[in-house]
Design a protein around this ligand. Sequence first.
Ligand SMILES: [Mg+2]
Ligand SMILES: [Zn+2]
Length: 189
Amino acid sequence: MLIYMPDSYSKNSPSSKRALFLDRDGVINKEVNYLYKIEDFEFIDGIFDLCKSAIEYDYRIIVATNQSGIARDYYSEADLEKLTRWMMREFAEHGIEISSVYACPHLTDCQARKPNPGMLLQAQKDFDLDLSQCIFIGDKERDMEAGLRAGIDNLILFSENVSAPEKLDSKIDIVSSLNQAKEKLFNEE
Ligand SMILES: [Mg+2]
Ligand SMILES: [Zn+2]
């Protein structure tokens, strides 16, 4: 498992046991097959506002992403590191600290690769999280499965063309925009 953390954490970094977990491709950036070039990375509308709200509500931001393009030799670990550091700086410029990015470079047989929960469990250890209070937003059922298996109770499936899968766990909500996710999660009465 590859782990990218900032060089230092800002003083006001949340000490919270809660995290908003984000899948990367299809949640933070528009889906591009085996994306590794900065110029192909396009942020999805609403991602920065969503993260700002999460931080206001005392959630850390953590990214968990399958990156089998490395196992497939489409790009290298160095490519992923470069893109990830750039992405973290873009968030920082919006005032958003990403606590950590976890990436599984493998294709098979890895406990980190979603739908396995390994990356989420590693984050739990690294930040002493209470997973039952965490949120996971993903765009694939395998994200939801990883979240359920890690014990995360608050799961959001983000799909711009909402066609609900046949059987969804009651812990999963479906949204068609990140703004809708923000309203659902962080809209205090
Ligand atoms: Mg995805
Ligand atoms: Zn792996």
